[in-house]
Design a protein around this ligand. Structure first.
Ligand code: AMP
Length: 486
């Protein structure tokens, strides 16, 4: 088996690796470090969790240990698709270069240009950047890329998803033809293949086992969920998420909850908070300081539930996540593997639970096809909303307000009131449930359903009023009841 000491790394780098507690190089490291140190281009087909970051940072530090940067002319460049990933790569440099004198700058959106300019002016050995911000600096004439000796493109497939490929091509064109390129992608889409054929010169190609099969240590489950009605489906889905979280009890020490859309990330996080859960959102539209704070809190165990979009969570290294909840089935099957790969890391056990709407079944099929495994179906712990919601079923567990009012985009927590009675089904109550979100009527657990028509509620009258569905306001029901009595 290859040892780090076999890899020709600088002694000071080896010392830092030892201090980080790494014993042996991962396959991508064993494969990529030697050709990188020989000055060859490298094409690494590997995803997050494989140790790919160290596979380019370790040789870079070794190579950059000699020589010095000139003002505004960085000697190396690392391009990352997201700010978080860029920040994470910067942290890796800090860890592995702690015994070497190297300067670095992080060029990401949401941080003032002035601070970044000052660093670049002094001269940096390593420039870590998102493509847009790098080009902004270049266009302002603050940056000269003609001294770049090593250029890294990390997570190229995500760059493609995010529409950064034209920027990447432009940046390639701004760096010297003689540069060394280390290029990493989890997959080789045709467009990625084209880029590598154009800009890499006879690369050493290292492919590590694609994680199409999720780690065996991850227990997977899916709830096939159908809302009772269209307008209620969203809040019922959020109630189901809470029930799934609660069902895990204390075993769920922390979790990432993935949503496909940024808007849902916000709504789900807000709703969870409203119900007393320790949750926060992270997605691309939040300002950088907020994103950093949220991530730090999550990493340090101060935050239990991180609600995230794929892009924001991509490449995040959070070592110990007990659970992943897929609020939606990801539309790219590979994202499923990335998402659930956040748990069950390094041999730890983990659990990944997913909610699948009927409209997402085609994505779900693609996921099962990719992982070549059937994901165990589990029952909706709240029962099947569709079964209880036929219009001819008298209901007494409705909020009193009329639902004919139009729904506001941001009133998600208020919408939850309709689902709030389901809270009673939770095995574990949230620490502090806000007063406003208390169940309006005690529907009890699902076993109570049979009693619904029998007692309590609107003066004992649980009949439907023609034309009003089951939402007749209390005062109308009262007048009927009075008339009947009279
Ligand atoms: P990455 O794929 O770069 O996101 O790395 C995933 C995780 O593996 C990070 O937490 C690294 O600190 C860790 N790691 C990288 N290389 C090694 C190694 N050789 N041994 C143990 N852990 C490693």
């Amino acid at each position: 088996m290859t040892k780090f000491t076999d890899l020709n790394l600088d002694k000071k780098v080896l010392k830092a690796i030892e201090e980080a507690g790494y014993e042996t190089p991962t396959p991508i490291q064993a494969g990529a470090i030697p050709p990188a140190l020989e000055g060859r281009d490298v094409l690494g087909i590997a995803q997050t969790g494989t140790g790919k970051t160290a596979s380019f940072t370790l040789p870079m530090i070794t190579m950059l240990a000699r020589g010095r940067a000139r003002a505004r002319m960085p000697r190396s460049l690392v391009l990352c698709p997201t700010r978080e990933l860029a920040a994470q790569v910067a942290e890796n440099f800090d860890t592995y270069a702690k015994n070497v004198k190297l300067t670095k700058a992080l060029l990401i959106g949401g941080v003032s240009f002035k601070e970044q300019d000052t660093l670049i002016d002094k001269g940096v050995d390593v420039l870590i950047a998102t493509p847009g911000r790098l080009l902004d600096h270049f266009e302002r004439g603050k940056l000269i890329l003609s001294d770049v000796k090593v250029m890294v493109v990390d997570e190229a497939d995500r760059m493609l998803d995010m529409g950064f490929i034209p920027d990447i091509e432009r940046i390639f064109g701004l760096t010297p033809f003689t540069r060394q390129t280390l290029f990493f992608s989890a997959t080789m889409a045709p467009e990625i293949e084209r880029i590598t054929n154009t800009f890499l010169s006879n690369p050493a190609r290292i492919e590590v086992a694609r994680q199409a099969t999720a780690s065996e240590t991850i227990e997977q489950a899916v709830v096939m969920f159908k809302g009772s009605r269209r307008e209620k489906a969203d809040s019922e889905k959020r109630a189901l998420l809470r029930a799934l979280i609660d069902g895990e009890g204390e075993a769920c020490t922390n979790a990432i909850i993935f949503c496909n859309r940024k808007m849902d990330v916000d709504v789900v996080a807000k709703s969870l908070k409203k119900y007393g859960y320790d949750a926060a959102a992270i997605h691309g539209d939040l300002d950088q300081s907020q994103r950093t704070r949220t991530l730090d809190d999550f990493r340090n165990g101060k935050l239990r539930l991180l609600v995230a979009s794929d892009v924001a969570a991509r490449g995040l290294d959070v070592p110990a996540v007990s659970h992943v909840f897929n609020f939606d089935v990801p539309s790219h099957a590979e994202d499923y593997v990335h998402r659930i790969g956040r748990t069950g890391r390094a041999g730890r056990s983990g659990k990944a639970m997913m909610i699948c709407n009927p409209r997402d079944e085609k994505y779900f099929d693609a996921v099962e096809k990719l992982i070549q495994k059937e994901i165990p179906r589990i029952e909706n712990p709240l029962g099947t909303p569709a079964a209880e919601a036929r219009d001819d079923t008298p209901r007494e567990d409705k909020p009193k307000r009329s639902r004919s009012r139009s729904r506001k985009k941001d009133d998600a927590p208020a919408q939850e009131q309709a689902a709030a009675p389901q809270e009673a089904a939770k095995p574990v109550a949230p620490a502090a449930e806000p007063q406003a979100e208390k169940p309006r009527r005690d529907r009890g657990d699902r076993g109570d359903r049979g009693n619904r028509g029998g007692k309590g509620g609107r003066g004992g009258d649980d009949r439907q009023i023609v034309g009003m569905g089951d939402d007749a306001p209390a005062f109308i029901r009262l007048s009927f009841a009075e008339r009947r009595a009279g």
